[in-house]
Design a protein around this ligand. Sequence first.
Ligand code: SF4
Ligand code: SF4
Length: 107
Amino acid sequence: MPELDKCNRCGKCCFLKGIKEGQCYISDIPCRFLKVLKNGKTKCSIWKKPYRLGIWCGTIDGLKNICIKRIDSEWEYENCLYNEDVTKKLEKDYQESNLKDKVLLKK
Ligand code: SF4
Ligand code: SF4
């Protein structure tokens, strides 16, 4: 839930992730700070705390989640309006790193 303007507060990005047979997957275990409201939406219970970003907010049986800005997470979540922004950012980062490689090769 790190950005709010497009966030529908589904909470999916706040679930612990793991790797099984070489594949990344999202578990059904939420971050310990995620609260589910009566209307089914979710809320981070430490939303305004300065130490929120970058903390490891859960490690259970090898599953982990790190709280980072949604735009900095490469995961795709069903119906998350940030998926498109993340893809664009990844493409931009990729193009910039290619450009850097070309400059380095010329030197
Ligand atoms: S997955 Fe997207 S829509 Fe859902 S809580 Fe995270 S940022 Fe918000
Ligand atoms: S600490 Fe981060 S991952 Fe955990 S509920 Fe809050 S926003 Fe989500």
